[in-house]
Ligand binder design. Structure first.
Ligand SMILES: [Zn+2]
Length: 71
């Protein structure tokens, strides 16, 4: 899964995860409650209250304010 490192998944609860994280069951990837953000070659950015990560897909917006501590 070389390209797995090239994206971030944002959970409905506002955590940013690497796609390979053990918190993410395969079916979550098809769940519209989760957002996938492509990184396009940059590394996983810091994510915290002061540096939230926002993704807009269609008319929905996901905001991650915490990074998963395990991935
Ligand atoms: Zn995680």
């Amino acid at each position: 899964m070389a390209d797995a490192c090239q994206s971030i998944l944002i959970s409905p609860s506002g955590y940013a995860h690497h796609p390979g994280c053990h918190h993410i069951a395969p079916e979550y990837l098809d769940n519209p409650e989760w957002a996938r953000l492509a990184l396009h070659g940059v590394s996983f950015p810091p994510v915290d209250e002061d540096r939230p990560l926002t993704v807009q897909i269609g008319d929905r917006t996901w905001t991650a304010k915490r990074r998963c501590p395990d991935c």
